[in-house]
Ligand binder design. Structure first.
Ligand SMILES: C[S@@+](CC[C@H](N)C(=O)[O-])C[C@H]1O[C@@H](n2cnc3c(N)ncnc32)[C@H](O)[C@@H]1O
Ligand SMILES: [Zn+2]
Length: 297
């Protein structure tokens, strides 16, 4: 049986996509993320897993991949994604917990996790789980929220913030919202079986006044150039990393045929029935509603 996993930050019923992105004045963040993604994504791929896909804001950017699995714990986020992207064969929607991915080992040649590690109380466990379902040599793009950013450093030095941005442990500034130290993330990625290939720093100019005064195009162009400094230092609130799954034969990483696996017992023996997948090993029933697999139990 799967061990107890940490709590999930609940986005069920949230209007995150509208309030944060579409009406929240976040064009600068969205466009600079798109640039980083373009730089890091392989030009072609077969099957990509998007962990914490939300309403599918980034999904249209994975142009080179033949099929994409959008995974999110929130059913309503996935419903919004489905409205945006449609129900075609290219997209598979799965409501599931990132700590218990409902897939067999070594399945994906690509994965992304953007603005989602941010909610993981046990980030190393989530990274190990992503590595488990990835093929060796697969590409994993991870975005993380950086505690060692200039604003946090200034606030700390001025005595306006009680946590240190320099120490390696994550900071939980709001319940289930964490910022991480870049060094710690690199260490966790390595432990999980990834090799960090490239780092881009994103959102150098995430300051209200600058966003108001400087035209969007110019701010985005400046950030685009500054992203390359991410190879040397990371002092922005958001950091994108490209990682390669290394060829390590870890226990439990043996190749298994199939696609889905039961998140309750780990068996790949799932029978497809009308509107559900049923586990032949533990009898769990995983419903499929309106084209969305539900593995939350
Ligand atoms: C800040 S949103 C980001 C959405 C999308 N990646 C984007 O950048 O627009 C975080 C997403 O992570 C999902 N999430 C949080 N914890 C999760 C977990 N344990 N398993 C799967 N998804 C989770 C939430 O439901 C939410 O949709
Ligand atoms: Zn089972």
């Amino acid at each position: 049986m799967t061990p107890q996993t940490p709590p999930v930050c609940n986005y069920e019923g949230s209007d995150y996509q509208t309030s944060f992105w579409e009406e929240g004045g976040r064009d600068y963040e969205d466009q600079t993320e798109a640039i980083a993604l373009r730089r890091l994504l392989p030009p072609r791929g077969n099957l990509l897993l998007e962990v914490g896909a939300g309403a599918g804001r980034n999904t249209p950017r994975y142009k080179g991949y033949q099929r994409i699995v959008l995974l999110d714990y929130s059913l309503t986020q996935l419903q919004q994604a489905q409205t945006r992207l449609g129900r075609g064969d290219r997209y598979i929607y799965a409501a599931a917990d990132a700590y218990k991915l409902p897939f067999v080992n070594n399945l994906f040649d690509g994965a992304t996790m953007i603005r989602t590690l941010h909610h993981m109380a046990d980030a190393p466990a989530a990274l190990r789980e992503i590595r488990r379902v990835m093929q060796p040599q697969g590409t994993f793009i991870l975005e993380f929220a950086n505690k060692l950013n200039l604003k946090a450093i200034a606030r700390y030095l001025l005595g306006r913030q009680n946590w240190s941005p320099f120490t390696p442990e994550p900071v939980e500034f709001v319940e289930l919202n964490f910022d991480f130290h870049p060094k710690t993330i690199r260490a966790w990625l390595k432990e999980a079986g990834f090799q960090v290939e490239r780092q881009l720093t994103v959102s150098h100019f995430r300051i209200g006044l600058l966003k108001k005064l400087v035209p969007l195009k110019i701010l985005v162009a400046m950030d685009s150039m500054a992203q390359f400094t991410g190879g040397w230092w990371q002092l922005t609130p958001s950091v994108f990393t490209r990682n390669q799954a290394v060829e390590s034969v870890t226990e439990g990483n043996a190749v298994v045929d199939g696609f889905f696996r039961c998140p309750a017992c780990g068996s790949a023996n799932l029978r497809e029935e009308q509107d559900a997948l049923t586990c032949s090993s533990c009898s769990s029933v995983w419903p499929v509603r309106d084209g969305i697999y539900d593995f939350r139990g």
